[in-house]
Design a protein around this ligand. Sequence first.
Ligand code: ADP
Length: 234
Amino acid sequence: TTKQLIMSEKLAAIGEITAGVAHEINNPIAVIQGNLEVIQSIVGDEADKARGEFKLIDQQLMRISEMVTNLLKFSKPQEYAGVLERYNPADIIGDTLPLVRHLLKKTTIMIEREDHASRLIAMPRTELQQVLINLIVNAFHAMPQGGKLVLRTFDSETDRTPGITIEVSDTGSGMEPDVVNRIFDAFFTTKRREGTGLGLSICQMLVTRQGGTIAVTSKPGEGTTFTVWLPEAA
Ligand code: ADP
């Protein structure tokens, strides 16, 4: 449809701009990091007095640099060699859980899986994996006292188009409506220093680019469910 076309053109334009900006940001960061080291060696022993400050500056620079790298990686549609692989969404969940298990073990988080999808999808594996990691890490952050993480897949239709749904639910803090309304905005975060506010906007971009959708329902004090819908592979 025209609306979808405009959307994908917009996404492509945003991709071009972000990739350009990201490059422009990374170069000065490298210069600052280099000069920081030089300053430290010039001031010698005196630098020890400000060790904490130096470390903080370095950490924050690394954070910016990481953010920019992520933007670069995902802002441009990748070019695929040959045909896209078709797979069941449950495969990716199986590949992704080991990557986040160390995190989930930090508190007592029970993981429940329900794999009911029989259809195949063709979203690039690394991209869907990135989406799932973002959603699972957010769920972990929302359950500091532990809780339950449910990962569910099933066949579903959107506007009569066959596809699959992946649900990621947690029994964590949940969100107030005014937070829910902003979570997909780039740089919106409630995590202050630890958050970049880019996770969900990247998720949304990756999923929309595949003709899919991402939605959320949340109740303060009860938990949150993210619902990703993807069209069936052609
Ligand atoms: P970040 O995690 O860096 O803050 P995101 O874009 O991934 O950036 O998330 C934006 C905000 O959405 C988070 O700061 C948090 O307030 C909220 N959020 C996301 N997922 C959840 C969740 N599962 N439970 C509660 N709040 C969430």
